[in-house]
Design a protein around this ligand. Structure first.
Ligand code: DGY
Length: 328
């Protein structure tokens, strides 16, 4: 053990019993049940803890990291755009995430949104519950057929590929855009064609976003690109809200797109009021990875990363930016 009884901050209640693995060797400060800590509170807590398990909604920026005692942050998410990685790395603070385990759950939810948006599921539900269902009708809630259509996947990483796998079962053609082209052997199982973003937007009936939020991807779908999408297409975002200009999306939904399915928002938990008014927007509260087993496994991963670190080992899920040159 590197430290005697390290103190670990856990900023929220986590599903399952993963924290039990800390046993008597650690001192746990869990904020379970309390409201989410603001930046000022996080700064104070980080000044006292040796390690932290954080949520994607905890903004761990330079202010929080300045004066921090924390040596390892295990982010309870695959995305870690909530953490200032540059500052953390400069301060020799390790950051881990929870890759792989949530791939299928998130791809499932992307598909739930694709089907909901294309086939107008929430509108249908509302009709039935409000007593407005007057019987079968040839033109009731006509939606978009999916088979033989093209799905454009932006970001062909683990989740993008899991979405592509499911698209094959729906008989769809797959195009993808990414900062790097996959190897032919990686493309082959999906019959996926590598295209630039402009081509993808022009040629896809469904566009599904699976890239991380970085300086390069922030608002990559602005007004011009949204209106360059195929008329009557569907946009799905289970990645991060700030990738899309929400106001422009609401405008595109009025006249250009068939529908959108969103699980993430620019300023979570706020949702742009214009989007709330659009009945062709299917809106979910960031539940991409919210399968019980998935969320329990994410908790175990976060705990294991912390334990590995204090056992003097390299945490298994160190973020790629920190994989080289790790020193304790
Ligand atoms: C993640 O892990 O980044 C997801 O957004 C959480 O559901």
């Amino acid at each position: 053990m590197l430290f005697k009884k390290p103190s670990i901050l856990v900023t929220s209640k986590l599903p399952g019993n993963a924290l039990e693995a800390f046993g008597e060797d650690y001192k746990i400060k869990s904020l379970a049940g309390k409201r989410a800590p603001d930046k000022k509170e996080l700064k104070k807590l980080f000044a006292k803890a040796d390690g932290a398990i954080t949520l994607l909604s905890d903004q761990i920026d330079e202010t929080v990291l300045t004066g921090s005692k924390v040596k390892i942050i295990a982010n309870y998410a695959v995305g870690y755009n909530n953490i200032d990685i540059k500052t953390a790395s400069e301060k020799n603070i390790l950051v881990t995430n929870t890759p792989d385990v949530l791939t299928d759950a998130t791809a499932d939810l992307a598909w739930a949104l694709i089907l909901s948006a294309a086939r107008r599921i929430p509108e249908g539900e509302k009709i039935v519950r409000s007593g407005k269902f007057k019987g079968w009708a040839p033109e009731l809630l006509l939606g978009m057929d999916l088979s033989h259509k093209t799905i454009g996947i932006v970001g062909m990483g683990r989740i993008g590929r899991a979405v592509a796998r499911r698209a094959l079962a729906f008989g769809m053609k797959i195009v993808y855009a990414d900062s790097r082209r996959l190897l032919p052997s990686e493309e082959e199982p999906y019959g996926a064609k590598f295209v630039d973003l402009e081509t993808l937007l022009k040629d896809s009936d469904i566009v599904s976003l699976h890239c991380p939020l970085t300086d390069e991807t922030r608002r990559i779908l602005g007004r011009d690109r949204l209106f360059s999408m195929r008329k009557g297409a569907v946009l799905i975002n289970t990645a991060r809200g700030p990738i899309v200009d929400e106001e422009a999306l609401a405008e595109a939904l009025e006249s250009h797109l068939f529908a959108a399915g969103l699980d993430v928002y620019e300023k979570e938990p706020e949702v742009h009021p214009a989007l709330l008014k659009m009945k062709n927007a299917v809106l979910l509260p960031h539940i991409g990875s919210a399968g019980r087993e998935t969320r329990e496994e994410m908790a175990r991963m976060a705990v294991n990363n912390i334990i590995a670190f204090f056992d003097g080992k390299v945490p298994p899920n160190l973020i790629p930016e920190q994989v080289t040159g790790v020193t304790h």
